[in-house]
Design a protein around this ligand. Structure first.
Ligand code: ZN
Ligand code: ZN
Length: 258
């Protein structure tokens, strides 16, 4: 957050580096392995789908925790965070800024990047990315001014973020090949995308008085399985109370206030 506020070109440099590194790696893979081999479809290949679903959730859990600096030893947060962020087609530093805004301004209709109040799950999914861009851009303009140069900078950041994401898609496609990409990477990405969207949506609903509250979820088969795969991810109220815990289900009942 500090580097983002101090250096007006922090994200521009970071997204450019991401795009160049993954573009270069994709180029090397293309030169050495070609264009991803042929597509196989058999019973063994189908087993890749559940492996991908599990990997996507475990990886995204590590990504979220790395953004909080929860991985021990601490120096691994940057390495694991960058790797798992890239697997989710995101960027660690950008995610960290947006996610800190979520923790600081939880359920604020303007300042929280993804408050679900009044939205269907589909509407929540469709609006969250644009809302996140708006919240981070607002913070950028507060720190660096909102003149034409800053607006051009933010536009360049948005373009470069998506160029980097595209470079990552190409990299994973060439790394896993057509079969691995379709039956492992795509399920992994969808598990991350919809799993964590649902986690946020379900955990930030209104109480009986219509006031937004952060809640924990467990007990049903779905939540048990999801909590197992996301290291207690659906203990989201606990996570807001103790963001430094990798597994928020481990928060003591006394500290959780129950
Ligand atoms: Zn939350
Ligand atoms: Zn968090």
């Amino acid at each position: 957050m500090n580097a983002f506020k101090k250096d007006a070109f922090h994200f521009l440099k970071y997204f450019s580096l991401n795009a160049v590194v993954f573009g270069f790696l994709a180029f090397v893979l293309w030169k050495t392995n070609g264009l991803g081999g042929s597509l196989s479809m058999n019973a063994t290949v189908m087993l890749l789908i559940p492996v991908g679903l599990v990997t996507g959730l475990v990886s995204a859990t590590a990504f979220h925790n790395a953004s909080h600096g929860n991985i021990k030893p601490r120096r691994l947060n940057a390495l694991i965070g960058e790797l798992t962020a890239s697997f989710s087609l995101e960027d660690l530093r950008c995610f960290r800024v947006g996610h800190m805004l979520h923790h600081i301004h939880t359920d604020d209709p303007e300042l929280d990047p993804h408050p679900p109040k009044g939205l269907t799950f589909f509407g929540f999914i469709m609006s969250s990315r644009q809302k996140t861009i708006e919240c981070i851009s607002r913070l950028y303009y507060q720190a660096h001014g909102a003149g034409p140069a800053q607006r051009r900078n933010v536009l360049a950041q948005i373009i470069l973020f998506h160029v980097a994401a595209l470079a990552k898609v190409v990299f994973w496609f060439l790394l896993f090949g057509k079969t691995g990409f379709l039956f492992f990477f795509v399920p992994a990405y969808l598990a991350y995308f919809f799993g964590f969207a649902h986690l946020n949506y379900a955990s930030h609903q209104d109480d009986e008085h219509g006031v937004a509250e952060v809640s924990n979820h467990d007990g049903t088969l779905f939540y048990r399985v999801m909590n197992f795969l996301t290291s207690g991810g659906y203990y989201h109220r606990n996570h807001h109370l103790a963001p430094g815990l990798y597994n928020p289900s481990k928060l003591s009942r006394a500290k959780a206030g129950v």
